[in-house]
Design a protein around this ligand. Structure first.
Ligand SMILES: [Zn+2]
Ligand SMILES: [Zn+2]
Length: 258
C-alpha cells in the first residue's frame, strides 16, 4: 500500500495569498491536507480541498476509485467544485471509455452532505455522495471512519483508517481528540493534525500527546503545519516535531506500508 501526502498545510497554506514574508518565501509550499492511497489497481484520495487539481496532476493521478471527506470545512471540501466540473466536461479516460455516470465514488458523512445541500444543492445530483458508517471497501482497500473532536456538533468530523492486509494508515488532519475509542489497530503510519506543535490554533499539546500515544503508530507524521502562521522556518518546525517524537510532513512525501 503506497501513501503520498498530497498536502500538509493548514487552511491558509504556504505561501499564504498576498504574503511575501520570509517564511512564505523561504519554505517549500504546503498545500491543504489530503492523502493519496494506492494499492494495485485501487486508488483512493482522502479529502478534497481547494488544491485538488494541482495535487492530482502533480502525482499523475488520472483515475480515482473513491474520494473521502473528513468534514465539510472549505480547506477539505472546496475541491468538490473541481470534481463536479470534471464530471460535467469529462476526461480523456471518460471520453475514450465512453463512460456513463460517475467516474468515481464520493463518500462524506450525512452531516457533510447536508452542508453541501445548504450551500451548493446543485452539486448533489451530479456528485451523488454516499456514506456507510460501518465502513466501505474499495477494491483491495478497506476504509473505516472514526469520529474526532473538531468543531462538533456542527461539523461531524471523522478520521479514516485505510487497510490492506496488515498495512494500516490512520489519517486525521483536523482533530483535537478522539471521540470514543482511538483506532489502535497496529497502525503503521498515522498522519495526524500537529497544530499544537507545528501549526495553528486547534487543540492542545496535551491532547496531541494523548492522541499520538493512544495510536502508538510505527511512524507518526504531523500535518496541518504552517511556517507562515508560526513565523518559523521549516527546520524549526521539524526540530519541534522530532522533540515530540514525531516527524514533520512534507508535501508529496511517499510512504510504502507493507
Ligand atoms: Zn507569510
Ligand atoms: Zn476543519
Amino acid at each position: 500500500m503506497d501513501v503520498t501526502l498530497l498536502g500538509t498545510g493548514d487552511a491558509t497554506g504556504v505561501p499564504a495569498a498576498l504574503c511575501d514574508c520570509e517564511y512564505c518565501v523561504g519554505s517549500a509550499p504546503r498545500l491543504r491536507p489530503a492523502v493519496l492511497v494506492e494499492h494495485d489497481d485501487t486508488t483512493v484520495v482522502l479529502d478534497v480541498g481547494p488544491d485538488l487539481c494541482d495535487q492530482l496532476q502533480r502525482t499523475d493521478t488520472y483515475s480515482v476509485d473513491a474520494f473521502f471527506l473528513t468534514h465539510f470545512h472549505r480547506d477539505h471540501a472546496d475541491g468538490l467544485l473541481e470534481l463536479l466540473q470534471t464530471l460535467r466536461t469529462g476526461t480523456e479516460a471518460a471520453w475514450n471509455e465512453d463512460r456513463d455516470g460517475h467516474a468515481f465514488d464520493l463518500y462524506m458523512t450525512e452531516t457533510a452532505t447536508e452542508h453541501l445541500r445548504d450551500s451548493f444543492a446543485y452539486f448533489l445530483d451530479t456528485l451523488d455522495p454516499q456514506w456507510d458508517p460501518d465502513g466501505t471497501t474499495v477494491g483491495g482497500l478497506a476504509v473505516d471512519s472514526f469520529p474526532v473532536e473538531h468543531m462538533r456538533p456542527e461539523y461531524e468530523t471523522v478520521g479514516f483508517l485505510v487497510r490492506n492486509g496488515d498495512s494500516v494508515l490512520a489519517y486525521a488532519p483536523d482533530m483535537a481528540t478522539f471521540v470514543g475509542e482511538p483506532p489502535t489497530t497496529d497502525v503503521d503510519l498515522f498522519v495526524c493534525e500537529g497544530s499544537p506543535v507545528v501549526g495553528g490554533s486547534h487543540g492542545t499539546v496535551e491532547e496531541l500527546r494523548a492522541a499520538v500515544d493512544a495510536v502508538d503508530a510505527d511512524r507518526t507524521v504531523l500535518v496541518n503545519a504552517t511556517e507562515h502562521g508560526r513565523r518559523e522556518h521549516t527546520e524549526e518546525l521539524a526540530a519541534r516535531a522530532r522533540e515530540f517524537g514525531c516527524e514533520l510532513g512534507a508535501d508529496f512525501d511517499e510512504y510504502t506500508l507493507s
